[in-house]
Design a protein around this ligand. Structure first.
Ligand code: AMP
Ligand code: GLY
Length: 424
């Protein structure tokens, strides 16, 4: 089978590596990919939201399945585009249609969905620029800290957590009347603050059945001790020690089942990943958010632990036979440390030569923001590499990742030295 992956990050490199292990794979293409994917797949230099270019790539290369990495093409309707096109409609797309992608594309939609289907989550109300005053009055009824969320996609930056009531009221007005986050904040969800420990659970569904994939915890802040600005993610650990069998059983009963059933009841034929951001509050799961794709860097810790054929599972998603597929997990711990460009998540430079990433035995070095230039691997983004290692416990796996990073060099490289600090 020929497969096309859409995306260019560490997540997509992890998909590529896993799919490349499958006996069912013939040729692998990735658009646009990076320097790492170039060694195991054919990189195609197109934008994944340029659907005409995606169609051309699919037809020229006899692609038989498309795996969508990031949310943007899903929210823009890549799956719907395939279904509406006579040449493409028989080709399975791993990732939901526009209706399902709304779970990530609109916070209000996802909150309404959770309340409708009894999925535990924080209480909320949504406001627009016509109802700023009502929103400010609602803030007065809540206890701090105040959680304000831009309704639409805001590249992970649309959530504000504010201690001071007046500041929260001012920010609400700024988001709604000045569109602080562009059109994404023309509507704002205000919700109750959930005080607990965060983790993520990943589900693969064919719209009828599902598999719960390994849990993971990511580290979003740039600074050690979870301080400083938010990033796309600086590291990940899988499994999460505090997510024991009893907790995960509750997640399945109270969150996963009502979510998959709810999609069916609402007539949403969802085939792809559901990334469930959870808060564990005294052993009870509450949903913070849904994403309609895998996490990055969580994928780089979760996928290497899946020992079954991922392509076989994806076939099950495409033809709705997931229930008949088996699925196994490596019980060891996987730790991922992300190596970033100096300055990230603020302004940073690109184009620095990277050395020391090849022939690594103890870790998997996934590429994220890298490209090939004049025969060198050079930096091409904020998050540059994601280094994953296995161990019997978190410290032994992390020690390998850090030892591998010691051999990697590029100007101004940066990484967190304390991934997993809160779990040990
Ligand atoms: P989101 O984009 O919805 O995942 O929000 C970004 C981050 O804000 C989450 O990963 C949480 O750490 C935090 N967060 C979001 N909603 C809440 C909430 N209701 N209570 C506490 N923290 C939250
Ligand atoms: N690491 C968080 C995300 O992928 O959204």
């Amino acid at each position: 089978m020929n497969i096309l992956i859409l995306g260019s990050g560490g997540r997509e490199h992890a998909f590529a590596k896993k799919l490349a292990e499958s006996k069912k794979l013939s040729k692998l293409f990735i658009a646009p990919g990076n320097a790492g994917t170039a060694s195991i797949a054919t990189n195609v230099a197109i934008d994944p939201t340029d659907f005409a270019a995606v169609k051309k790539t699919v037809l020229e290369n006899n692609i038989e399945m498309v795996v969508v990495g990031p949310e943007a093409p899903l929210v823009a309707g890549v799956h719907d585009f395939f279904l509406a096109d006579n040449d493409l409609k028989g080709i399975p797309v791993i990732g939901p249609k526009k209706d399902g992608a709304e779970l990530e594309g609109s916070k209000e939609f996802s909150k309404k969905f959770m309340f409708k289907h009894g999925v535990p989550t924080a209480k909320y109300q949504a406001f627009t620029k016509e109802t700023v005053t009502e929103g400010q009055a609602f803030l007065e009824t809540l206890k701090p800290p105040f959680v304000l969320k831009a309704d639409g996609l805001a590249a992970g930056k649309g959530v504000l957590i504010i201690d001071n009531l007046q500041e929260a009221k001012d920010e609400l007005a700024d988001m709604l009347t000045n569109e602080k986050f562009g059109a994404a904040s023309s509507k704002v969800v205000i919700e109750e603050y959930l005080d607990g420990i965060e983790l993520s659970v990943f589900v693969l569904t064919d719209g009828k059945d599902y598999k719960v994939l390994p849990s993971a915890k990511d580290y979003k802040r740039i600074g050690e001790g979870d301080t400083g600005l938010n990033t796309g993610g600086m590291g990940a650990i899988s499994p999460v020690p505090f997510a024991d069998d009893a907790f995960l059983a509750k997640v399945e009963e109270k969150v996963v089942k009502p979510t998959v059933d709810g999609l069916q009841k609402d007539g949403i034929d969802y085939r792809g990943f559901i990334f469930i951001g959870l808060m564990n509050i005294d052993g009870e799961p509450f949903v913070i958010e849904y994403n309609v794709r895998m996490g990055d860097p969580e994928t780089e810790a979760v996928l290497p632990r899946i020992t079954s054929d991922l392509l076989d599972l994806f076939e099950g998603v495409g033809n709705q036979t997931l229930a008949s597929k088996s699925y196994e997990v490596d019980p060891r711990t996987a730790t991922t440390v992300v190596v970033v460009a100096g300055g990230y998540p603020e302004a940073y430079d690109k184009g620095y030569v990277i050395t020391g990433t090849e022939n690594e035995q103890d870790s998997i070095v996934y590429h994220a923001g890298t490209t090939l230039k004049d025969g060198n691997i050079v930096t091409n983004g904020g998050r540059v590499l994601a280094v994953t290692s296995f161990g019997d416990d978190i410290p032994s796996a992390l020690a390998k990742s850090y030892k591998t990073i010691d051999k990697i060099k590029f100007d101004k490289m940066n990484y967190r030295k304390d991934i997993g600090f809160d779990l040990m």
